[in-house]
Structures are given as C-alpha cells and as structure tokens.
Design a protein around this ligand. Structure first.
Ligand code: ATP
Length: 335
C-alpha cells in the first residue's frame, strides 16, 4: 500500500515496560505512527500486542515509559483521550442480547451524542457495514464476521481520528476476513490513523503502510512489507516433487548445492531453497535435480514471504511464541 498522510505522529510510545510476575509483557517498546497512516504490530501469541493496545487506549498503565495518542498523554489525559479513540478487537464490547441497532445506539448515548444523533449514526453505520438486514435481530444470532463488523462499527460511532484494532480478523473464515479487510481499507482512505495488531503476515502486508515486528515485548524490526522482505534478501526456489522418495534425494542434492538453505515439507512434498541470485540458481538447481533423476512436478522462483521474514528475524516462525531461538530447523516438522 502506498504511503499516505502528511501529519506528525498520531501515536508515540517511548520505552514502555510492563511486567507480570516474571514475564516482561512489554520490555522497552518504542513506536511511532504518523497521522493518517496504518501501522501493523505483527507478532506471535504472547508477543505483547494486546498489552501495547491496552496501554495506548488507557485501559492499562505501563510500569514505565511514556505514550501519547492524538497529542494526549495516555495517563495524565486519559479521560479526554477516551473520547478521541475507537477500540475494537479481542475484547468485544458488543452486547449479545441487544440488536445491532440497539448496540450502536447505546454506544452513541455513552458518547453523549444525544438521542437523534445516536440513532442517525447507528443507521448510517449499519448501512456502511452491510448490516441493515440484521439491524433488528439480537446479536447472538450473528455470524462471526457480522459481529466483527458490528464491533468495528461501534468503535466508529464517535468518529475518532485514531483507531485501534486488536486482531480484527482472528477466527474469521477467509471470506469474512476479505470482507473486513475491504471495510478497513475504505475506512483508512478517509484519513483515520490506524494501529492494528495481527498474527497474520498477509494481513499486515495487505493493510499496513508500516509494519512493526514485535517479539517478547519489543519492536525488533520495522518498515514496509517490501522493505522487510528485501532485508531478508534473495529469492526462494520452490519445488514440488512427485513422491516422497524423490523428496529425500532432492533435499540431499540441494543441501550440497546450497548448504543450510533448504527446507522440506514431507506432507506436501515441497522443497524450498533460499538463493541470493535467484534466476541463475533456479536454472542450475533444476539441471542438477534432473542429473540426479528428479524432475519436479512444479517449480517456481519467488520473493521471501513475511513468514520467511519473521523466521529470519526471530529464529522462530510466526505461529510459535518463543520456543526456538536457535537457527531455523531444516524441516517444517521439527520447527
Ligand atoms: P495474543 O496474540 O495471544 O493476544 P499478545 O501479543 O497480544 O498475544 P499479550 O496479551 O500482550 O500478548 O501478552 C504478553 C505477555 O504478557 C504474555 O506472556 C502474557 O501471558 C502476559 N500477560 C498478559 N496479560 C497478563 C495478565 N493480566 N497477567 C499475567 N500475564 C499477562
């Protein structure tokens, strides 16, 4: 996504720490989100994403460090700040027993919008989030995607300039996820500053101008999706083999050809080889495989995925918190 937004920082955090017992949920976290842009906090379970959101939205006080949102201090100006931000995500504020309309109307009343404006705003948002048909049904009968849309609509009732979405699409099926992505994309076109957390690399890729990779309570890398990918460097070759016997032959041939760069997945008979000079290596690898009696049923040359980025930065893949800090294993099964 192209960079947007001319403004200064809408969100800044400097040296945030938060300790629970002997766990450092935040361990000196720094963050800066320019006004009118989308920042994704990308990290595995337990990385500290929710804790960051809770501190920035005044729900939790950090042990040390400072944070400002929309020019306000999250501690000293907490009450005023709450009226300037919208929050949606894991701890949904939706009431199961009220209808969609009643939920949004209630949020409007809580923000003191008055009776008429609250009702108008509720109708407007139900329309925008494609919930008109379900407006008068209790939320307990809504699908997961509908609930998330309603929750997001609730965060927008007061038209906040800064929005926080904590794992907005976790648990949604692919179709509902795509729908929500397009809603979010429309929203940020209007200039809202958005900080979202996600464990989905493709979600950060799709929605964010900037990505901050977070691991064990700190930002360990930041940049655009393309910058992060190019920092890992090189290309990757992907081969799909006809059978498992071919896979082990091919893996040992490739391991001699590109030591330490080979990953295999027995279940899908996939072999991946990291390469600095993509095209040359691709041709050489294919010739070498052929000479050793292996012809892949599929072969492709691609750029690293954000999954590769995560693995290279943290030494563990995006679905695992902090189990393996050594170098990447050579088979997916053993990671
Ligand atoms: P997830 O994707 O699972 O929500 P996360 O990146 O949002 O993960 P946090 O919820 O911020 O991570 O948690 C960071 C660390 O702090 C974890 O180790 C978690 O177990 C711990 N933690 C968070 N809240 C509490 C709490 N209230 N009491 C004790 N430990 C906590």
């Amino acid at each position: 996504m192209a960079a947007r937004g001319p403004g200064g920082p809408a969100i800044t955090a400097v040296g945030l720490t938060k300790r629970y017992g002997n766990v450092d949920a935040l361990d000196g976290l720094d963050l800066e989100v320019p006004e009118g842009t989308v920042m994704a906090l990308l990290g595995p379970n337990g990385a500290g994403k929710t804790t960051t959101i809770r501190v920035l939205t005044t729900l939790l006080r950090a042990d040390s460090g400072t944070a400002h949102v929309a020019g306000l201090d999250v501690v000293a100006d907490a009450a005023e700040l709450r009226s300037r931000i919208g929050v949606s995500g894991q701890y949904s504020a939706v009431d199961e027993y009220l209808t969609g309309f009643e939920n949004l109307d209630m949020v409007g009343r809580l923000y003191h919008l008055g009776k008429k404006r609250s009702r108008d705003r509720a109708r407007e948002l139900l329309e925008r989030f494609d919930l008109v048909d379900a407006a008068d049904r209790p939320v307990k009968g809504y699908s997961g995607g509908m609930r998330r849309r309603l929750d997001l609509a609730g965060a927008l009732v007061a038209d906040p300039p800064v929005l926080f979405l904590d794992e907005p699409t976790t648990g949604l099926d692919p179709r509902a996820r795509l729908e929500l992505w397009s809603v979010i994309e429309e929203l940020v076109e209007g200039g809202t500053t958005l900080l979202l957390t996600t464990q989905y690399l493709e979600e950060a890729d799709q929605l964010a101008d900037q990505i901050a990779v977070i691991d064990r309570g700190r930002v360990i890398e930041r940049g655009t999706a393309d910058e992060l990918k190019s920092r890992v460097g090189g290309s990757r070759l992907d081969f799909v083999l006809a059978d498992e016997a071919d896979l082990s032959t091919a893996a040992s041939v490739m391991e001699r050809f590109a030591p330490g760069q080979v990953t295999q997945d027995a279940a899908s008979r996939h072999l991946t080889v990291g390469a600095e000079d993509g095209t040359t290596t691709f041709v050489d690898a294919l010739v070498l495989l052929r000479e050793n009696g292996v012809t892949p049923v599929d072969a492709s040359l691609g750029k690293p995925s954000l999954d590769d980025v995560f693995l290279s930065l943290t030494g563990h893949d995006s679905s695992r918190p902090d189990t393996d800090t050594t170098s990447p294993a050579t088979t997916k099964e053993s990671r």
